[in-house]
Design a protein around this ligand. Structure first.
Ligand code: FPP
Length: 244
C-alpha cells in the first residue's frame, strides 16, 4: 500500500562535466583578519575535498579556475603564495596518485610558470593518464579569450601551410583547437563568492552551460554545496535553443 509512504525521490542526474570558479578566498581571509594567502591555503584544501567528492559521485570531468591570465596583476607576494600552493598540491598529488586515481590535465599557457611547476604539471599529467576516475582540468595562466586567439592563430598557420582552407573551419574543428580538445563541454558552471560574472572562464565551452551562483565563499564550499548546485541543475529545463 502506497498510502502514507513518501514518493521515492527521482534519481538525480550527475553532469558529465562541472566547471568551478574558485572565488572568495581573499574575502574569507579578510573576514577573519588573516592575510589573503591564508584564504588560498584553505581554498586549496576545499578543492581537495571537492575533487575526492566529485570522484565518489561519478563525475567524469572537473575543471577549476586556479589562476587566470589576469591574476598576474596581484601583488608579487600573493602570486608566489598561490604558485607555492599549486606546487605543493601537485607534489602531493603525484605522491598519492595511486590511492586517489585522479587524472590531471591543464588548460592554459604553462610557459610563463616556473620550470618546477611546469615539470610537476607534466609529471602529474603523464603519470595519471592511466586512471579511469575523474579528470581534473586545472586552468593555469588561463583566459578564455587568449584560448580562442591561440586557436585562431593555429588555424591560420595550418591554412598558410596548405593543410586546410578557411571554409574548413567548423565549430567542431575550432573546439579541437582549444585546450579542452576531446573534453565534453561543461553542463554546469559554478561560481561561489557572490559575484555574477564569467571572468573569462571557458567562454567557448560554456555556450550552453547552466550557471549556478552562490554567496558561499570558496573555502567554505564543500560536498553539501556541490550537491545543492547539482540539485539546482537538475531542476533546470535545458532546451539548447529549442522550443519548450
Ligand atoms: C579567487 O579568490 C581565487 C584565486 C585567484 C586563486 C585560486 C587558488 C586556489 C584555490 C589555491 C590553489 C589551488 C589549488 C587547487 C592548489 P579571490 O582571491 O579572488 O577571492 P576574493 O574575490 O575574495 O578576493
Amino acid at each position: 500500500m502506497l498510502f502514507g509512504k513518501k514518493k521515492p525521490k527521482e534519481p538525480r542526474h550527475i553532469p558529465t562535466h562541472i566547471a568551478i570558479v574558485m572565488d572568495g578566498n581573499g574575502r574569507w581571509a579578510k573576514k577573519r583578519g588573516l592575510p589573503r594567502q591564508a584564504g588560498h591555503k584553505v581554498g586549496a584544501e576545499a578543492f581537495r575535498t571537492i575533487a575526492n567528492y566529485a570522484k565518489s559521485i561519478g563525475l567524469k570531468y572537473l575543471t577549476v579556475y586556479a589562476f587566470s591570465t589576469e591574476n598576474w596583476k596581484r601583488s608579487e607576494e600573493e602570486v608566489s603564495a598561490i604558485m607555492e600552493l599549486l606546487e605543493k598540491y601537485l607534489r602531493e598529488a603525484i605522491r598519492d596518485m595511486d590511492k586517489n586515481q585522479v587524472r590531471f590535465y591543464f588548460f592554459g599557457d604553462l610557459s610563463r610558470l616556473s620550470p618546477e611547476l611546469q615539470e610537476e604539471a607534466k609529471t602529474a599529467m603523464e603519470r595519471s593518464k592511466k586512471y579511469a576516475g575523474v579528470q581534473v582540468n586545472f586552468c593555469l595562466n588561463y583566459g578564455g579569450r587568449a584560448e580562442m586567439v591561440r586557436a585562431a592563430r593555429q588555424f591560420a598557420r595550418d591554412c598558410l601551410e596548405g593543410k586546410c582552407k578557411p571554409e574548413d573551419l567548423t565549430e567542431e574543428r575550432f573546439s579541437d583547437l582549444m585546450y579542452s580538445a576531446g573534453v565534453p563541454d561543461p553542463e554546469l558552471v559554478i561560481r561561489p563568492g557572490g559575484e555574477m560574472r564569467t571572468s573569462n572562464f571557458l567562454l567557448w565551452q560554456s555556450a550552453y552551460a547552466e550557471y549556478y551562483f552562490t554567496d558561499v565563499l570558496w573555502p567554505q564550499f564543500g560536498p553539501k554545496e556541490l550537491d545543492e548546485a547539482i540539485d539546482a541543475y537538475n531542476k533546470r529545463n535545458r532546451r539548447f535553443g529549442g522550443a519548450k
